[in-house]
Design a binder for this molecule. Sequence first.
Ligand SMILES: Nc1nc2c(c(=O)[nH]1)N[C@H]1C(S)=C(S)[C@@H](COP(=O)(O)O)O[C@H]1N2
Ligand SMILES: [Mo]
Length: 498
Amino acid sequence: MSQKGKQRDTSSKKGKYLDRRKFLAASGALAGTGVLTGCLNGQDGEPENGDGTDGNETDGDGMDDGETGDGDEEPERGTVAYLENKYPGLEILSPQPENAQAGAREVYNNQFITPREDHFIRNHYFSPDVAAEDWTLTLVMGDEEMEMSMEEIRNDYSTETVTHTMQCSGNGRSYFEPGVSGNQWHYGAVGNAQWTGTPLSDVLEDAGADTSDGMWLRATGGDNPEGEDFFTRSIPMSKVMDDCLLAYEMNGEPMSMEHGFPLRILVPGWYGCNNVKWLDEIEVMDTMVFGPDWEARPEPYTEAGQEYDGSGQRTHTHWQQYSYRIVPQRDERAIHYESIDTFDTRDQMETDEIRNVYMYDQMVKSTIGTPGEDVTVSPNDDGMIEVFGVAWAGDDSVDTVEVSPDGGENWQEAEIVADDREGPYSWTMFRYMWEADPGDYTLVSRATDEQGRTQPREIADQEEGLRGIEGDLYPWDKGGYGMNAYMPHRVEVTVEEA
Ligand SMILES: Nc1nc2c(c(=O)[nH]1)N[C@H]1C(S)=C(S)[C@@H](COP(=O)(O)O)O[C@H]1N2
Ligand SMILES: [Mo]
């Protein structure tokens, strides 16, 4: 690690992004980015243009198809064809920035480890195309700055691998009614991969950082185009020291560009948004990012009867303080807290003091992989049909999974077949041998975590204004976050004669 010893200057970015902008300009890619960024990009909860449209001309599907007219040529980066070629298992939502979810549930919910090609992608900005040799990570501690090369990160510390279920906090957003803006994920914005890297505890201890409880680590990506918000998240130091990695490998290979090459922070068990890709800067802080130092507009203002101390429309606070928050009413804006005592999503939602939960630890969830949606199945020789799927619970472990053949009226306990095989941050797999007569069925699964929390049945009406999970209902929220109900992702199957 080399000490630069210079004063910190948040307004100047390092020269490495110039390369990327040059690349984008040369490929003509920048001209096209407005097309999708307007409607998909900014909207993980905070609409940035009132009507949700962008007014740009497209060819109908809003995507550049990347057709070259010559079958042999490699499709151009930033096109649908490029992503389809590289990630054949994914359903593409947008090519620039790249957003794609797992296609068939039979694929993504039946594999313990999700291959790189089947792992969903969620980007707010177009992936930077960078060389590992040129990449450095800056560690900021007070007035000090230190820079680390990828080689130092790889070689100077210990190495760990963690299996982590990555899930976008908007996974399942498409099931909200009334609908909410943002990527319309079904339950395909999830994948389970093995991530290898350097424990952050090694790096921070070596650097003599204050790693006491109550401190925070700012993690900032290097993907924001000029004038856009930094992709910054604040991770509580206790979590950082527990298990977070500076990850550079996915499933034993270098991670692909779209998944954050060459470096991301891996926050095991926590929602995808915390796992900042193209990790560029980390900073040891005694607060989360908020307040005048980090906001563009320090003037206080009042909205919907509430007072706020900044606009949140630029710089480092947007993705931490305004997006990725549970906001139960449309006319409400997220309020930040100086700190939070608990990082458990659901408990926060149920307390009166904390209204706008931060998307940190994932809530318990399960989905069926086999049988697939709308299939006809026939029982085996013993009259049985195998029901198979995955279940996960953030940094808690899954206690039980139940399966119901009648949309949640009757439940049977499934067998957990990969219990703790890879530690608590990985999903586990369940199997249920179902004795079924011919007919039509609605199959669902529901998991319960080690703390006794169970997936609810449905999403509540917006008018109910629920704050926590009550009466088997998941509260509606304007960003469509954190939803873990089982009915929206049910499987309709027909059983025929054996
Ligand atoms: N720098 C940066 N990091 C990021 C994002 C981003 O847009 N920029 N998206 C986040 C979100 S919202 C998710 S869900 C995960 C997705 O990781 P994946 O694309 O590898 O599946 O990356 C997170 N890290
Ligand atoms: Mo996400």
